[in-house]
Design a protein around this ligand. Structure first.
Ligand code: 3HC
Length: 299
């Protein structure tokens, strides 16, 4: 089957990034949100990002031509003739099951459903629909317009045709897809999450300061960001939620949240998105490590 029109559920950080790469690759895109204000915010971010690419001369078309392929809606009925639906709403199984169940009778029967979840079971989400053979995971990475990877996840019920169609679709988006199966965390988070949690545990044990641990992994291993910058970037709340799902699945300490991470999330320190995490992001050009404030919690 040919994919021409893409529906994206959610227009937050990931949803808007996904809509952007789909429109940039030439697909018609319709983004569903619960309120128009979220569409406006997401689309403003898309334009800003496209303007950056345009200034560097990396776009094949003028920004306006790409933006013209993007539509926003608050009506599920507008998704009816999409060829693929990519869900990027809140990381909550019940909410994901609810939205897929509600659009299942609306969207044409041969459309493919995909979830951008980072850790929730694709199989468990899929059972909310009557199209298990046409359901996959399609996991993008933040920031979606820059990160080259997409994980294409199959369940035991996914049809081969659907899986290969989505794999090729990932390539058409300019990404490098990798194949994986529906196991908690897939490839990247299975390996990345224990590393990030170990960094927090090392910090709790006094191995080094926030900026020294970050510098060590950046300069010693060639990582683009140190673990604390990356944690703030991904979101401490998101990471905490992932640990919940992964620990529940594996019952292994390496997937369990360190107490500092839990306490930071309880205190509302979610990272860059709301200004404070392991760094204070009041000035994003110069994030300030929060060792002094966290010391009472860390030891
Ligand atoms: N759109 C367009 N351009 C952007 C952009 C965006 N959204 N974000 C940044 N840029 C541009 C910047 O303006 C900059 O342009 P310039 O070179 O002209 O100044 C360029 O990209 C490079 O950005 P920066 O100078 O800010 O910084 P870096 O060189 O470090 O690159 C990065 C930024 C690509 C984010 C890099 O730091 C990186 O790869 N970090 C790691 C990110 C990562 O690991 N992501 C995965 C997280 S895990 C995940 O998402 C899974 C989930 O399930 C948890």
């Amino acid at each position: 089957m040919e994919i021409k029109k893409v529906g994206v559920l959610g227009c937050g950080l990931m949803g808007s990034g996904i809509a952007q790469v789909c429109a940039t690759a030439g697909f018609d895109v319709i983004s569903l949100e619960i309120e128009q204000k979220y569409i406006d915010k997401g689309f403003a971010g898309i334009r800003k990002s496209l303007d950056k690419f345009s200034a560097k001369g990396t776009l094949k078309e003028p920004v306006d031509q790409i933006v013209a392929r993007l539509k926003g809606t608050t009506r599920k009925e507008d998704l009816a003739n999409c060829d693929i639906i990519i869900e990027a709403i809140i990381e909550n199984l019940d909410e994901k099951r609810k939205i897929f169940a509600s659009i299942d009778p609306i969207v044409k029967a041969d459309a493919i459903f995909a979830s951008n979840t980072s850790s929730i079971s694709i199989t468990e989400t899929m059972t909310a629909t009557k199209r298990p053979d046409r359901f996959v995971g399609l996991h993008f990475f933040n920031p979606v317009p820059l990160m080259k990877l997409v994980e294409v996840i199959r369940t035991i019920a996914t049809s081969n045709d659907v899986y290969e169609t989505v794999y090729e679709f990932g390539k058409k988006l300019g990404k490098s897809p990798v194949r994986t199966s529906d196991q908690t965390g897939f490839i990247v988070n299975r390996l990345l999450v224990p590393y990030l949690l170990d960094a927090v545990r090392a910090y709790e044990e006094g191995v080094g300061s926030i900026s020294d641990i970050d510098a060590a992994m950046k300069l010693g291993c060639g990582y683009p960001m140190g673990p604390f910058t990356l944690l703030d970037f991904v979101g401490l709340d998101t990471t905490y939620y992932i640990t919940d799902v992964m620990f529940d699945e594996f019952k292994e300490k390496r997937f369990a949240s360190p107490s500092l991470l839990k306490r930071m999330v309880m205190a509302g320190w979610y990272g860059k998105k709301n200004g404070k995490g392991f760094y204070d992001w009041s000035n994003p050009e110069n994030p300030l490590p929060q060792d002094a404030a966290l010391r009472g919690l860390a030891k």
